[in-house]
Design a protein around this ligand. Structure first.
Ligand SMILES: [Zn+2]
Length: 272
């Protein structure tokens, strides 16, 4: 069986058979069939190989090399496009991850141009995904910010919250960044207490998801309620409530780790 995706960073010498994703201003450019994959001859025909401000190897998708071309927002094509948020809710999780990887690599290259220690212009390292300062040798890898996301449960009920920064009207799991020097578990206990005033007992790791807005890695957990009274932090949370499985409101979209945590809990309680 061919693995769907194999990571690689070095551009192949011959790009004739490489497929390309094209991104401009954080959006994926789609072909006339609505696919984000372009053949090399199509990319050349559109003139994008010359126009691209950057090109990076992403890896092998079903054994075919895949690169991403970054176009400047000024050269945004008139073709159909897909926002990164839409891409992250695509049904195919591997394709979702590939789009997220492409976006993060381009954002990283755009935002890391000079050494933060000595201000020299950075150069690209070819054997790994890195930029290096030619003066002081400081190396810059793509930045990843780890976050925890947790579904707190109490029997069958789930604690869901509507955050102050939510654009959509749904209720979701609690989430927060891991601080320097903190373990994921410590961050989880701290975030739950800070955001809603509860203590949680047993934690169960679920799975993780790369979340390219702009460079988060979400670590998903289930946690059981231990003690405390709901006391949402008004700086973070508009409303937090316990939801029974038969009386759910609007949920986070499919494809998100929050939704996967909720669905996993619902499957468990409905079987039990
Ligand atoms: Zn330097």
């Amino acid at each position: 069986m061919i693995a769907a995706f194999v990571h690689a960073t070095e551009l192949p010498a011959d790009l004739t058979h490489a497929a390309g994703l094209v991104m401009a201003d954080g959006k994926l450019i789609l072909d006339s069939q609505g696919s984000p994959f372009w053949s090399r001859s199509e990319l050349e025909h559109e003139g994008w190989c010359d126009q691209a401000s950057s090109e990076h190897m992403l890896g092998y998708w079903q054994n075919q090399p895949v690169v991403v071309l970054g176009l400047s927002p000024e050269s945004m094509p008139t073709h159909a496009r897909m926002s990164l948020r839409q891409a992250m809710f695509m049904a195919d999780e591997k394709l979702q991850a590939l789009a997220g990887r492409a976006a993060q690599v381009l954002t990283w290259e755009r935002d890391y141009r000079f050494c933060s220690r000595c201000a020299t212009a950075l150069t690209v390292v070819t054997h790994e995904r890195a930029l290096i300062c030619p003066a002081c040798q400081l190396t810059f890898y793509p930045r990843i910010n780890p976050c925890i996301i947790v579904l707190v449960t109490h029997g069958d009920a789930m604690l869901l919250a509507h955050g102050v920064r939510f654009v959509q009207p749904f209720f979701s799991c609690l989430a927060g960044f891991i601080e320097a020097g903190e373990s994921a578990e410590e961050a989880l206990h701290r975030e739950v207490y800070e955001e809603v005033g509860l203590r949680v007992g047993e934690l169960q790791y679920f799975r993780s998801q790369s979340w390219p807005f702009p460079h988060s890695l979400m670590l998903g957990y289930h946690a059981t309620y231990l003690s405390g009274k709901l006391r949402p932090d008004p700086e973070e949370i508009v409303e937090a409530r316990w939801f029974e499985p038969d009386a759910l409101g609007s949920l986070p979209p499919e494809g998100s780790l929050a939704r996967a945590l909720i669905d996993a809990h619902l499957r468990r309680v409905c079987r039990g």
